[in-house]
Design a protein around this ligand. Structure first.
Ligand code: TYD
Ligand code: MG
Length: 478
């Protein structure tokens, strides 16, 4: 059989083809195939007469297995995302756009661990040692006993680490810059990244060091090229944020040793990342409660309740097809809420542009935001401002019914903590509220919400007669 000397590997999804193709059939990306040497993989070795396998003992599911020990960094927001600290022998991939603050966060974590007299090694494949030192100086961490190097060869790194005790924490910044002689491909390719990650994972498993890999993310939010790495590591966290805002969110996407969907909130300051202990207060700061179109959503991020402001702008359109633009929420979810408002709430939105924004640059994934979104939309359409001290949560079904959501108690408690006196929530199924919480008002159907806000709108209009002409008169639509 003729031997295949090279193959083509898609740099986005890792799919392999024997011939070059313009478009990857698996992921649909264009121009992503790169020629690489054929691997001397399992087949080749087997042919050469591989040694017989070692015999190992099989075990049952029961057995004494202590809870994984953890190393707390002392940075509470980071520990929350890792599920209570770094697990020795685990590998964490931290993804994020360039400049978001990954290196800053990790050097801070390194310094925190080093301060606990643990060995910490930080390998930078992107910046020179001097640059890393400069950053540490800026963060007032230059005294921390972190061991630094600017290296990209995985073999060199592992050989160096063989000396002395294995570090408690090894940071590789970034995995895309690493290369290993074991893979026959150019640095930066999927094959190289995968092979380098494999070698580092093996190192973590054999020595018990916790290894953090930094991964760059492409514009559409995927960890560039080496998405394959996501499957190999124990935990994946993404570091998100918006250039225009100073806060950053570390979100657990996958975690074999802890909960996912947990978030840590940080603020980028002149002296590095500082923890945000009360994110709701941050996301609600600067809120303009007096204008129509804003509603406060009592959401959950992992186990943590989080209040955010939802802003809607509904305005008559001059286009044949009205615009629908969403920042921070799922556009198809918005389309659904709009359809339900039309079908069951009696609103006419076909001649209106709709813009929806989650204030502060946060991204919400919960369907529980439906009710708050609907309230903001109705408020903007009718020009009636919602009561300032009210929070909303609830999932809207296609029938217009408002369905209960989980963690109602925690949401109400957070609302009470921030001084909200009233909560509009789904039908009473799960009351959850304590006596000290905000007064709850159950809303079982979207039509109830529409009627309630419309009432407010007519009351407002009476009051606003003496003011300059109101901007909007669409309340007749309701
Ligand atoms: P960095 O950690 O280098 O980002 P990444 O490793 O994700 O590419 O962070 C770079 C940005 O953070 C840069 O735009 C400057 C800003 N920054 C601060 O605002 N304050 C600071 O104390 C530091 C160290 C960085
Ligand atoms: Mg960096």
């Amino acid at each position: 059989m003729a031997r295949v000397l090279s193959r083509f590997v898609c740099q986005t999804c890792g799919s392999v083809a024997q011939r070059w193709q313009g478009r990857c059939e698996d992921c649909g990306e264009w121009n992503t195939y790169v020629e690489e040497g054929a691997p001397s993989g399992i087949g080749a070795k087997a042919a050469a007469g591989a040694p017989r396998g070692r015999i190992f003992a099989l075990e049952g599911l029961t057995g004494s297995q202590a809870e994984a020990p953890r190393i707390r960094s002392g940075i509470a927001e980071l520990d929350r995302v890792t599920g209570g600290g770094f697990v020795p022998g685990s590998v964490i991939l931290i993804g994020g756009e360039p400049g978001i603050g990954k290196s800053t966060l990790l050097i801070q974590a390194c310094a925190a661990l080093a301060a606990q007299k643990r060995r910490v090694v930080y390998i930078s494949g992107e910046e020179a040692v001097a640059q890393v030192r400069l950053r540490a100086e800026r963060l007032a961490l230059s005294k921390a006993p972190v061991e630094l190097a600017a290296e990209t060869s995985v073999e060199d790194i592992l050989a160096t680490l063989q000396e002395g005790v294995a570090p408690a924490l090894l940071v590789i910044d970034s995995i895309q810059t690493m290369w290993t002689a074991r893979a026959d491909a150019a640095p930066g390719t999927v094959t190289q990244v995968r092979a380098s990650a494999q070698a580092l994972i093996r190192y973590a498993k054999t020595t018990g060091s916790c290894v953090i890999l930094v991964g760059h993310v492409t514009k559409d939010g995927q960890i560039a090229g080496p998405r394959v790495v996501e499957h190999m590591v124990d935990a994946v966290a993404s570091f998100e944020g918006d250039g225009g805002h100073q806060f950053r969110i570390l979100r657990a996407v996958k975690n074999r040793f802890g909960p996912t969907d947990e978030i840590g909130v940080f603020e980028m300051t002149g002296a590095g990342l500082s923890e945000v202990r009360n994110p709701s207060a941050l996301f609600l700061s600067g809120r303009d409660a007096s204008s129509p179109g804003t509603a406060v959503f009592a959401g959950m991020e992992g186990t943590r309740p989080l209040l955010v402001e939802i802003q809607a702008l509904v305005s008559p359109t001059s286009l044949g097809t009205p615009r629908r633009a969403v920042v921070g929420w799922d556009p198809s979810r918005l389309a659904m809420v709009l359809a339900v408002l039309e079908a069951h709430g009696g609103l006419r939105l076909g001649q209106h542009d709709v813009y929806l924004n989650v204030a502060g640059g946060l991204r919400i994934q919960e369907p529980a935001a439906d009710l708050a979104v609907a309230a903001a939309l109705i408020s903007s359409l009718t020009g009636a401002q919602l009561p300032a001290e009210t929070v909303y949560f609830g999932e809207i079904g296609l029938s217009g019914a408002v369905r209960p959501v989980v963690h109602a108690g925690a949401r109400l408690k957070e609302a009470a903590k921030l001084g909200f006196a009233r909560a509009v929530i789904p039908a009473p199924a799960e009351s959850g509220g304590s006596d000290s919480g905000p007064a709850t008002e159950s809303c079982g159907h979207i039509a109830v919400l529409v009627a309630d806000i419309a009432q407010r709108s007519s009351r407002n209009e009476g009051r606003q007669r003496q003011r300059p002409a109101p901007v909007r008169q669409e309340s007749a639509n309701v």
